[in-house]
Design a protein around this ligand. Structure first.
Ligand code: AMP
Length: 213
């Protein structure tokens, strides 16, 4: 299955995507994760991306399109993949369509995870992750057993640099200006589904499963 997960920052795309990908045995391809790794490794692409990410803006289309072009042609993506956080502009969606047409395939589902703005700020600013094992939690909604410590491996939990309140607000502004217009691009398609991203993780997961069926 070839899937796209859309939705505003903080909607829960990454968390839900992880579970869906484990179940379907397909890779989760997150442009955000790939860019964060590039920033951490100090590559040329990372240096270019960092300034946009820290400002709550988008990394230039040609950079993320290049990442996806290479990544979806790797062997582990032959049977399908889930794109988490890509495309984020109409130009990216058009480039993806063109690439898929060349490869002779298309998307099975485009899923929009819908959550209202006022809830998103609280979700974003409370997120914490463990750099050692990738475990994630939320200081209010799903707190760790011991403050600041990963439940899974005991590592120190950190907050993503762009989850500060000021940057989170800017990311939402960016989403409405540049990514929300994509909904119109995909809405007319057969495979498009909008899923309410509010409720427990399990409730949202069940809705997603129904949308994928
Ligand atoms: P995410 O982890 O998906 O929230 O992405 C974190 C940041 O990476 C975003 O705020 C953007 O700065 C950048 N980014 C991730 N995916 C894209 C994309 N498809 N297009 C442009 N910028 C992106």
């Amino acid at each position: 299955m070839r899937l796209v997960f859309m939705g505003p920052p903080g909607a829960g795309k990454g968390t839900q995507a992880r579970r869906i990908c484990e179940e379907l045995r397909i890779p989760q391809i997150s442009t955000g994760d790939i860019l964060r790794a590039a920033v951490k490794n100090g590559t040329a692409m990372g240096l270019e991306a960092k300034k946009h990410m820290e400002a709550g803006g988008l990394v230039p289309d040609e950079v993320v399109i290049g990442i996806i072009r290479d990544r979806i042609q790797e062997p582990d993506a032959a049977k399908g993949y889930l794109l988490d956080g890509f495309p984020r502009t109409v130009a990216q969606a058009e480039a993806l369509d063109e690439l898929l047409a060349k490869l002779g395939n298309g998307l099975d589902r485009v899923i929009d995870l819908a959550v209202a703005d006022d809830e998103l700020i609280a979700r974003l600013t409370g997120r914490r992750t463990c750099p050692a094992c990738g475990w994630g939690c939320h200081v209010m909604f799903a707190p760790p057993a011991k403050e600041g410590v990963c439940d899974k491996c005991g590592g120190e939990l950190v907050q993503r640099a762009d989850d500060s309140e000021a940057t989170a607000r800017q990311r939402l502004t960016t989403y409405h200006a540049q990514t929300a217009p994509l909904l119109d691009y995909y809405k007319k398609r057969n495979g498009f589904r909008s899923v309410v991203g509010v409720g427990t993780m399990e409730e949202v997961y069940q809705r997603l499963q129904a949308a994928l069926a």
